[in-house]
Design a protein around this ligand. Sequence first.
Ligand code: GLP
Length: 260
Amino acid sequence: MDVIITSEHENPGSIAADAIARLVDRQPDAVLGLATGSSPLSIYADLADRVAAGTLSLARVRGFMLDEYVGLPADHPERYRNVIDRDLVSRTDLDPALVQGPDGLAADIPAACAAYEDAIHDAGGVDLQILGIGADGHIGFNEPGSSLGSRTRIKTLTRQTREDNARFFDGDIDAVPAHCLTQGIATIMEARRIVLVAVGQGKAEAVHHLVEGSISALWPATVLQMHPAVTVILDAASASRLQLAEYYRQTRAGRPAWQQ
Ligand code: GLP
């Protein structure tokens, strides 16, 4: 696991966007795994700037979303498909037809989840998965207790996640759906590369478990310790509980330029 603790002059989103831009440069039809939530916003803003400046094109990139609420109407502004369209697709040259998410309005949920797994597989798998992390250590919507071998399926959101996400629903926890569809942990683990961004003190405990804790379904993100190509990009606050923070900083400072 590559742990990058940024200085206050750095933008974690730009560091993640660098990795994405390098990938798309090599492979213009790369498959990106797309996360919602506030963590990836600085990545998407940076990608939008690069597209506007003409230094990056996402026109051939395919995108697979991590998760979706169950039952939100198609035109609901917080439906994740609409969030991704607003925060990323509409601000870049991504082709909306090449972006897919789990169908939270499907009549047959298990069939929709299986179809989503097939679609990712048929696209050749995810080249780079963008991730945030929940305060309770969830990735996607894989809440504590999720099977580390899980695939795309329906999950019940925890009270904590619904409280956290109520800010997107005018502070009304009852307006936050109780269920979601999410790529499973095994699905996420199949991505060739994973870039996780976490900022703020509220993520410090989850980051502590993610990087240095024991692997456990209680903190689902800890499974990423088993993935061979994970980059975790943090600010000082989210890194504040890391025991080896100094070592991660030294490692980064001593890295050859081509690896920065
Ligand atoms: C949300 C999303 C996750 C996200 C996490 C953290 O509920 N389903 O994909 O990573 O919770 O959200 P945020 O980045 O807003 O803190």
